[in-house]
Structures are given as C-alpha cells and as structure tokens.
Write a protein that binds this ligand. Sequence first.
Ligand code: I3S
Length: 128
Amino acid sequence: SPYSNDSSTPELEKAGLLNKTKIAEGGRKLRKNWNPSWVVLVGNSLVFFKDPKSQTPSSWKPGNSRPESSVDLRGAVVQWTNDLSSKKNVFKLRTVTGNEFLLQSETDSLIREWFNTIHSVINRLDRE
Ligand code: I3S
C-alpha cells in the first residue's frame, strides 16, 4: 500500500490541492504563473503533479506517477509572506538550490496544516 512504512515504500505524509507558483530558479527570479497543483509530501520530498484530476490520494503510488517536479526539503526554508502576493494565505518555500515557490490556499486551516507539516519535516531533517 502507498501508506505503508516499511523500508521499500516511503511514508505518504500528506497530499492535497494547493495553488502554486514558482518564483525563482537557482536564485534567478521567474515570472509568476499561479496554477492549482496536486502536492504530495512523501519522505524528504514535496512532489508536484500537474493534473489534479488524475491524482487522488487513493490512486497515488510512489514511483508510478509522473510528477511535474519535486523538491528536496533538506535545508529548505518556509516562511509566511504578505509581500510577495496580493493573495491571502501564502507561504514561500525556498530550497538549498535557490528554487522558490509560493503555495496558497483560500482555506486558512488547510494552508496552516501544510505549513506546519512541511516545517516539521524540515526541522526533523535539520536534526539528522
Ligand atoms: O507579483 P505580481 O507581478 O503582481 O504577480 C501577478 C502576476 O503574476 C499576474 O500575472 P500577469 O503578470 O500575467 O498579469 C498574475 O495574474 C497575478 O496572480 C500575480 O499576482 P498575485 O498577487 O496574484 O500573486
């Protein structure tokens, strides 16, 4: 099962639909392009899927889907921001490689859960 926690299958920690835009690549600023993204937090990675309709928690299995991109959370930083978007409930995720993403949801509780979960994964990795 995708939810098992044995050595061969990473644990699925969280999955859901968020609004996402990448704002920097390797430290170089990018033009914003907000899109809904199916976001999966598994092990040390945040994985983004382009087509939310084809990805549900029950259909997702590590290794057999086609992620749009994936982010290594080791050394990453998350930070709430009011300055980088006119939208509410936005936080920024920056990777060690200088890739920056904004993640957003209209649902306060949902975006808070995502922030807290990602933050705790980053902290856990920092302590390893
Ligand atoms: O930081 P910006 O430039 O105000 O971001 C807005 C633009 O990316 C805009 O696209 P165009 O430059 O093609 O108009 C988007 O439609 C907006 O959503 C962006 O601002 P918000 O405040 O929504 O992040």
